[in-house]
Design a protein around this ligand. Structure first.
Ligand SMILES: Cc1cc2nc3c(=O)[nH]c(=O)nc-3n(C[C@H](O)[C@H](O)[C@H](O)COP(=O)(O)OP(=O)(O)OC[C@H]3O[C@@H](n4cnc5c(N)ncnc54)[C@H](O)[C@@H]3O)c2cc1C
Length: 330
């Protein structure tokens, strides 16, 4: 039986290298036992060598849409091109990361293609005969898991949260085909010009951090944030927050972890005054080691914690700091 074909979106970082989230998408397609085609928007001149890791991670073919203007993302231009390619290639399934690019490009393209889009999928399965994709994601505030099908329209499109997929070791013997397509854009198509680029401040990026200290409502007052930040810095951790903490403006939305925030999978998660609501757990339960400090011994977070401390988090904090300074965390 011939395999179903699944398309995935790859991304370049601002240095022109493949963003590792590209391999998470091919890993998802590998799990569907599909023939994998990868779509990449790139500035002209990206070398074959740059693309080879996509083959090592399961891709059969890479379709490269090239134009010098593709150094940065433009939703309308990329959306129209994507819709054209989806029609020409007769795409059945398209998977993209639920990051800024995927969350902006796919809704735009779905509208042009009159097809559906399931955002933030946690599980996917593909019927090898019918080519129908079952797309599962949390719904009703995370209380249920809904499985969604897009039976009548194509492509079936889904986004998947970054860092929610285990990437298998690369197979460096694999090769594949690169199709380069130089795109000509008329001047009117480009409505935005890149004038300058300012990288984000050099704070430890939450999504990539190995250690994360999370502020919950239980820290009580915003005046306690500096002490928590100092603690996080002392162990080289990034700061995260629950929605309760973000809604109180204690930390910015970019710190929010959970259903309506980011997904993280650090080696160490330390929750301070976090209750462990399902909507929060969705964004952190794949952390390797979970430490929770909560004054309520029955708080739900203790059900997922590897180490639980029942107590006042601001009182426990100095003890935790000196304990970890003695070499408790590598
Ligand atoms: C659609 C939807 C999406 C949502 N998305 C998110 C999301 O992305 N992320 C998210 O986090 N939430 C999200 N929520 C909200 C979520 O349901 C919870 O309300 C939230 O996670 C609770 O945050 P919290 O643990 O800080 O606060 P609370 O639930 O109020 O818990 C505070 C905890 O602190 C403990 N505590 C109090 N005082 C102390 C102390 N002195 N020392 C130690 N512990 C103390 C308490 O025992 C309690 O367990 C969402 C909700 C909905 C409906």
């Amino acid at each position: 039986m011939t395999k179903q074909t699944v398309w995935t979106l790859a991304e370049l970082d601002h240095k022109g290298q493949l963003d590792p989230v590209s391999f998470e998408m091919t890993a998802r397609a590998q799990n569907l036992d599909a023939e994998i085609h990868v779509l990449l928007f790139a500035p002209t001149g990206v070398s074959d060598e740059t693309l080879v890791p996509l083959f090592h991670h399961g891709a059969h073919e890479v379709l490269l849409l090239e134009n010098d203007a593709f150094t940065f993302f433009q939703a309308d231009v990329w959306g129209r091109l994507f819709a054209d390619v989806a029609r020409k290639e007769n795409m059945n399934v398209f998977l993209a990361p639920a990051d800024t690019l995927g969350r902006t490009l796919l809704p735009y393209a779905a509208m042009l293609l009159h097809t559906g889009l399931t955002a933030d999928c946690t599980a996917l399965s593909l019927d090898s005969e019918t080519g129908l994709l079952d797309q599962t994601r949390p719904a009703v505030g995370g209380d249920i898991m809904a499985t969604i099908r897009c039976e009548a329209h194509r492509p079936q499109m889904a986004t998947i949260r970054p860092r929610s997929t285990a990437v298998p070791a690369p197979d460096v013997t694999r090769t594949g085909k690169i199709r380069r397509c130089h795109v000509t854009l008329d001047g009117k198509a480009l409505q935005t010009q890149l004038l300058s680029f300012t990288p984000a401040p050099a704070e430890i990026p939450l999504a990539a951090a190995d250690k994360v200290v999370v502020v919950g409502r239980g820290i009580k007052r915003p005046e306690n944030i500096p002490a928590v930040k100092e603690f996080a810095d002392s162990i080289g951790a990034a700061l995260g927050a629950t929605r309760e903490a973000v809604d109180r403006n204690w930390l910015p939305y970019s710190c929010q972890i959970g259903l309506s925030g980011r997904t993280i999978a650090p080696k160490l998660y330390i929750g301070l005054g976090v209750s462990g609501a399902i909507q929060h757990l969705i964004g952190m339960r794949t952390a390797e080691t979970i430490v929770a400090v909560n004054k309520d011994p029955d708080a739900p977070i203790f059900k997922v914690a590897d180490f639980g401390i029942a107590g006042d988090c601001m009182e426990v904090l100095p003890h935790l700091k000196s304990l970890l300074a003695k070499g408790g965390v590598k």
